[in-house]
Design a protein around this ligand. Structure first.
Ligand SMILES: Nc1ncnc2c1ncn2[C@@H]1O[C@H](COP(=O)(O)OP(=O)(O)OP(=O)(O)O)[C@@H](O)[C@H]1O
Ligand SMILES: [Mg+2]
Length: 253
């Protein structure tokens, strides 16, 4: 990652027209250049990205191409973030799996986050010589407020604050972090948070997420815990906790 220069990759995904758009007579105005990560608007405006996924691209291909390599990275000590950005109705929740429930487990339409959960646990299983602890948090930013999607309703009053720690970076103080030991525990956290998200209809999306959401699994190699008892900062800083954050960021109404 770091050796390849800029550690940011941009993928453009164009979804197919949805039934409402087809009913209204909308036409696709983009074309795709075979074999190149390029999209053309109309006849002459072309744009190139690291990856371009045309409307026929399945969830599995998006995941394998743009996200799975990041999971290998976090086991090698890199933090990773997958940020989905786009206007209302463009497909952020669909692509990320932000409406996932466990009964969809075997469907090909499942998005990035449930696929990452499967891969994280598979990788940990294969790395039998190392032990890891996995924790997870899930928050939404709604009307400038941070809401904890994993706390029970009676604890809703808990205030969450963003603090910048010179050593540990940005921290969200007061946010629930649940320790999970099997994939189904982490899936339950995803489902619990998805159900708690604020949803309402917009003109373009009847199930529009009205917030930004951040789902963050945190992987802690167990030897860090042991080492940190002897040297409180050095190892935690270099290896420390490895985060992969999934952010669904929206703009527009
Ligand atoms: N690649 C795709 N293939 C088929 N349908 C898709 C695809 N992407 C999105 N859709 C459909 O488009 C609609 C809008 O998608 P989605 O709810 O994910 O938008 P969003 O970006 O999360 O919007 P908002 O910001 O309003 O929450 C949904 O009905 C979804 O099922
Ligand atoms: Mg959404």
């Amino acid at each position: 990652l770091a050796t390849q220069g800029i550690p940011v990759r941009v993928a453009l995904r164009c979804r197919p027209l949805v039934p409402k758009e087809i009913g209204e007579g909308c036409q696709v105005c983009l074309s795709f250049v075979p074999g190149k990560p390029q999209v053309v608007i109309g006849t002459d405006k072309s744009f190139t990205y690291d990856f371009v996924f045309d409307p026929s691209t399945e969830q599995e291909e998006v995941f394998n191409t743009a996200v799975a390599p990041l999971i290998k990275g976090i086991f090698n000590g890199y933090n990773s973030t997958v940020l989905a950005y786009g206007q209302t109705g463009s497909g952020k929740t669909y692509s990320m799996g932000g409406a996932y429930s466990a009964d969809q487990e075997n469907e090909p339409t499942i998005g990035v986050i449930p696929r990452v959960i499967q891969l994280l646990f598979k990788e940990m299983e294969e790395k039998r010589d190392s032990e890891f602890t996995l924790r997870v948090s899930y928050l939404e930013i709604y009307n400038e407020e941070i809401l904890d999607l994993l706390c029970s309703p009676c604890e809703k009053a808990t205030q969450i604050h963003i603090r910048e720690d010179p050593k540990a970076g940005i921290k969200t103080v007061g946010l629930t972090e649940k320790t999970v030991s099997v994939a189904s525990d982490m899936v339950s956290c995803l489902e619990q948070g998805n159900n708690a998200r604020t949803v309402a209809a917009t003109a373009m999306n009847s199930q529009s997420s009205r917030s930004h959401a951040i789902f963050t699994p945190c992987l802690v190699p167990d030897f860090c815990g042991i080492a940190s008892r002897f040297s409180p900062f050095s190892l935690m800083l270099t290896i420390g906790m490895l985060y992969i954050a999934f952010i669904m960021f929206r703009y527009g109404p």
